[in-house]
Structure formats: structure tokens, C-alpha cells
Design a protein around this ligand. Sequence first.
Ligand code: NAP
Length: 285
Amino acid sequence: MSIYLPSLKIRVLLLGGTTQASAIARELAAAGVDAVFSYAGATAQPLPQPLPQRLGGFGGAQGLAQYLWAEKITHVIDCTHPFAAQMQDNARAACAIVAQQNSGKPPAVALLRVQRAPWQAQQGDYWISVPDMAAAARALPTAPTRVFAAIGRKLLGTFAAICPQHWFLLRWVGGANEDGENYLKNIGLNNYHILSLSLPLSELQASKLPISDFDKEITLLRQHRVQWLVSKNAGGAARAKLDAARALGLPVVMVERPTVQVAPPPCFTQTQDWRQALPWVLGKT
Ligand code: NAP
């Protein structure tokens, strides 16, 4: 099959799941850009967006390439989380497939990767930098320790397998519920307390999220007598927990970002600033 995008009319696919993607969606909608917002479907009630939405995977890079062609997408903005490495690879590969099948017949699909800057350790921080969750689990002390595992749910099984002797403070959207408890039981994590990460729908600005409040994070760490923190180097406003750890003299195991495997496609741009997305779409960068 030959993939050719006959129309020059701009149509954007925005790969979301981050605060920055929601901010880009608002700008695209306000500018009247024809765009679709895509969620992986990981959370039960994704935040409503001011753009038409689709939910769920595309079926790998080939599936995404088909989607780009079928939907006449001209621009892909990949604003997925820095740890969503598979989706980043798929976006690169899919745009490369379209470019290859389209050779000599412009336009190819252009890809913009928007990824906020990683956190940097400051004076007074005690961070142990590790490449993945298994290394994070091994970096913790061997004696039973009270650990704030601020890493979401997906990779907690690694801690259950490597260091089940610890007590874990956990935090995710929705907090403790039957589904979460069953998940932890299945992976074999028994010693924990779950907190709810409530993202207020009306307060989309990252600066107003509860996880960006230094005083609240200090209170939390004290209240639960946390001794060690494990964090992904996600970047962004959720840095308050790291500042709180520094203030309390707590060590942090920092899991660095996964490496993207696929080479960038021909029409590729990347930025740390989500505000660059609309000018990029409009060809004003
Ligand atoms: P991932 O491992 O990179 O992707 C796994 C699969 O999920 C992809 O291959 C793709 O399925 C599908 N997918 C991911 N993002 C998608 C999107 N925006 N639209 C449609 N399909 C998508 O991703 P992940 O780490 O599981 O993250 C899933 C979602 O949660 C992402 O949207 C990400 O931005 C968000 N998120 C992730 C983290 C994190 O720490 N990983 C934190 C906060 C938010 P197909 O191959 O079938 O297309």
C-alpha cells in the first residue's frame, strides 16, 4: 500500500497523558486547529479535553502509521510522559514509515517531541541515580526501611520481588480501592499505605497541583516517618517531594529516564517547552 497524504490542510494528532499535553490541547483548540487528542486509556476517567478525543493504543508503530494515513494527519505532537518510551518509539517509527512510503511525494508527517527538562540535583540533595527500577530496588538499604515509592503503580512488582522487607508509601490517582489492593496482592506487595493523588479537574495548571506544594510534602514525609524516597526523573512541578526530602535530609533514589531506541524520522523536532507546540504547527518556529 502506498501512503500518500493528498491534503495540505493541517490536522494534528496530540499524544497526551501529561499536564503539558493538556496545555497544548487548550492552545490548539483556542487557535481553531483541527486536532485529535489521544489517551492511552490507562486511567478510568481521563481528563476531558477541548479537542475531539480517542482512547487506547493504535496497535504498535504499524497501527499508528495506518491511523496517520487514514486520518490524514499532517503533524504529530508526542507529549507523552518522559517514561512512556514505547509510545515515543512508536511515534518515531510510524512517522518514518509514512515518510518512507511517501518518498518523493510530500508532505510526510512531521513529528514534534515535547518533553520537559529532567530535574537536576541541587546543593544539599543526596540522590542516588539509577537506570531502572530493578537498580532502584537494589539501591535501597537491606534492613527494613520506610520508603516513599513515588513511581506510580506499573513497576511496583520489581520492589515486591527484590526488597519485600520494606514498608512502602504509595500514591496514585484514585488512591486506595479494590482494584489497587488486588493489584498489590497479585504482585506480592504486602506492607504499604496508599494515598490518593487527586488531580483537580478545574485546576489544570501544574503549579496548583497538590504534589507541587512543599509544605504538604514535608508534612506527608514526617507523618509517615519516611526514611527513603524513590522517584522517577519525570521533571515538572512534582519536584516538591524532592525539595522536602532535601529539607529533611532524606536520601533519594532517582530513576533516570529510559532511552528511546528508534532513530528520529526525517521531519523531527524536539523541545522542552510546550509553548513551542502551536508555533511549530503553524510553521512559525
Ligand atoms: P508506554 O509504555 O510508552 O506505551 C505503551 C503503549 O500504550 C503504547 O505502545 C501504545 O499502545 C499505548 N499508548 C501510550 N500512550 C498513548 C497515547 N497517548 N495514546 C494512545 N496510545 C498510547 O506508555 P506508558 O508509560 O504505559 O504510559 C501510558 C500513558 O500514561 C501515556 O499516555 C503517558 O503519557 C501517561 N503517563 C505515563 C507515566 C509513566 O510514568 N510512564 C506517567 C504519567 C502519565 P499501542 O502500541 O497499541 O499503540
